[in-house]
Design a protein around this ligand. Structure first.
Ligand SMILES: [Zn+2]
Length: 315
């Protein structure tokens, strides 16, 4: 009997390897973006250039704004991500724009918004997007300022609400084990818990600063400027922002024109290779959080920063 468990484990490991190798070999034979295009797609639609399956064993973290490593993308590859939705007035427009260009994105949902608009969650899933997690209520204090117990409750309640809204039922673990912290305000305790539960933490490499009011054209210029400097990365937007919804069709055309390719991320497979940050890297989000704290509470030292950066935690 003592032999049985290791033997089974060896078997499963071997089976997983065979499956992931087979998936890799079959990749070129599977229908590409062109085949996935609906008739409503323009013939020169941007499409998805590849899908990156991200195994989450060990609960890695990625995104240079917060962590010294990110997903290993090639030059001119971008991953589109949208936070804080769904929201009836804007998320549908975002989905329309993505569908028109046959582009897939990842949505980090707020649980209570998913409860309020389950049809949009179902639409995101039906249209092939990845539906991931961003806490239950996006607490203004951020998870970093909650007790460990309260922060974990927020995370788990968010998983449940999103999966119930999207799939009709929630299991013991989230369907998509991808989590993004509200305001990027992580904490050692919750990071350890997520890692133990094989849930990956996705930050961002670039953002459009769409929490700041600006015209869609200004937002487009800003994000393309930043992208042309970095040439690749995980892009963060908010599907709750009207200016982002208005900008998105032009952004997708601009990405196409400048030779960028869309990478879609989905759960599954082996943990991904990560690219290390350049030497001298520091966390930009921790600096923002500290600045917000200093503004709100003066310069007195705090054990932990108090508030989310207005940007990401605005809602
Ligand atoms: Zn957020």
């Amino acid at each position: 009997m003592g032999q049985q468990k290791p033997t089974l484990e060896v078997f499963w490991r071997a089976a997983k390897t065979v499956l992931s190798v087979a998936a890799g070999l079959l990749q070129p034979l599977l229908p590409g973006p062109a085949a996935a295009r609906s008739p409503s797609c323009a013939p020169d639609a941007l499409g998805v250039s590849r899908t990156l399956y991200l195994g989450t064993e060990g609960g890695w973290r990625a995104g240079l704004k917060s962590y010294p490593q990110t997903l290993a993308l090639d030059d001119h590859e971008v991953i589109l991500t949208f936070d804080d939705g769904p929201l009836n007035s804007t998320t549908g427009k975002i989905l329309d724009a993505l569908a028109a260009e046959c582009v897939k994105a990842t949505f980090f949902l707020v649980g209570r918004n998913a409860e309020a608009s389950p049809a949009l969650v179902k639409r995101e899933i039906a249209e092939g997007h990845t539906v991931a997690h961003h806490s239950y209520s996006h607490p203004g204090a951020t998870l970093r300022r909650l007790s460990e117990k309260a922060a974990l409750a927020e995370i788990v309640k968010g998983f449940t609400a999103v999966d119930k809204a999207g799939y009709g039922a929630a299991g013991a673990t989230p369907r998509t084990p991808f989590f993004r912290y509200p305001g990027f305000a992580d904490s050692p305790e919750t990071l350890a818990w997520l890692a133990q539960n094989n849930i990956a933490v996705l930050g961002a490499d670039l953002w459009a600063s769409d929490w700041q009011p600006m015209t869609p054209q200004a937002e487009l210029d800003l994000v393309m400027d930043r992208l042309d400097k970095e040439k690749r990365g995980i892009l963060l937007f908010h599907d709750t922002k009207a200016q982002t919804a208005a900008m998105l069709p032009a952004l997708l055309r601009e990405l196409k024109q400048r030779g960028y390719r869309i990478v879609h991320i989905a759960p599954g497979g082996e943990p991904p290779p990560l690219r290390a940050a350049p030497p001298g890297w520091t966390s930009e989000t921790d600096k923002i959080i500290a600045n917000v704290f200093a503004k709100e509470y003066g310069a007195r030292p705090a054990r932990r920063p108090a508030l989310a950066p207005a940007p990401m935690g605005a809602r």
